[in-house]
Ligand binder design. Structure first.
Ligand code: HEM
Length: 205
């Protein structure tokens, strides 16, 4: 699993410098000049994932049932808790990325634990979203009963598409430096919007 935001250029720095290690590039070999095709390919894969999930959610007959280990009597609470944890971790991702980029902190270096904390919080946010999304897709399907429900269904599908695109960008040396922060920000925004269109609604009732 990959974090929501992991690698990006230091502001005004070399776009191949690893955000947390300061090492050029993310693996072996020499950094290569950016090409639009890597980004276009990642965007195409992301769109295909999002579209595929939406089509699956639409054509699959929703079971309406709870999916083990979730039970009918706790499913709304558990899903809302998953969404809340994922959205909170996403906000931590945003704050920690800004700190690692030196956007605040008075020019002092970020603490050493912040890089690993950033990576792990992204991984956990993704993993925690899975039980909720699994039940949504399998048990409820892609629905458009109200504007909120339609928005939630679209946002859910878009999140996993953007996540797939981010994984591809993360492991490429041929993307412009702004691509990773852009995708990371999109993932944070999508998770918070998913929370607003589901758990927040549930807690308000
Ligand atoms: C993968 C695409 C997704 C689809 C198609 C989808 C679809 C739906 C639908 C149709 C509902 C019922 C809305 C209502 O009647 O109020 C729902 C509810 C909900 N979804 Fe999603 N969702 C997706 C992803 C996610 C994700 C990623 C999360 C959490 C991170 C999430 C969390 C919730 C929660 C907490 C509820 C409210 C509880 C419930 O009604 O079961 N969903 N979803």
């Amino acid at each position: 699993m990959q974090p929501l935001i992991e690698r990006a250029p230091e502001p005004g720095g070399d776009p191949t410098v690893h955000l947390h290690t300061g090492v050029a590039g993310t693996g072996s070999g020499v950094a290569q000049p950016p090409t639009p095709w890597t980004l276009i390919g990642a965007a195409a894969v992301g769109a295909a994932v999002a579209f595929g999930l939406g089509v699956y959610g639409r054509v699959h007959q929703p079971t309406g049932a709870a999916v083990a280990p979730l039970r009918p009597d706790n499913i709304l609470d558990v899903k809302s808790a998953c969404a809340s944890v994922a959205a909170t971790l996403a906000l931590f991702q945003l704050a920690s990325a800004l700190r690692l980029y030196g956007r605040f902190g008075g020019g002092r270096p970020a603490p050493a634990w912040l890089g690993p904390a950033h990576r792990w919080s992204g991984t956990v946010a993704f993993v925690v979203s899975l039980p909720a999304a699994y039940h949504c897709l399998w048990g409820l399907g892609f629905q458009d009963t109200t504007t909120r429900v339609l928005a939630h269904s679209m946002l859910g599908c878009a999140f996993y598409g953007a996540f797939a695109a981010k994984l591809l960008v993360l492991h490429s040396r041929r993307v412009p430096g702004w691509a990773l922060p852009l995708l990371g920000s999109a993932l944070v925004t999508l998770l918070v919007a998913i929370w607003f269109t589901s758990a927040w609604w549930y807690y308000r009732l």
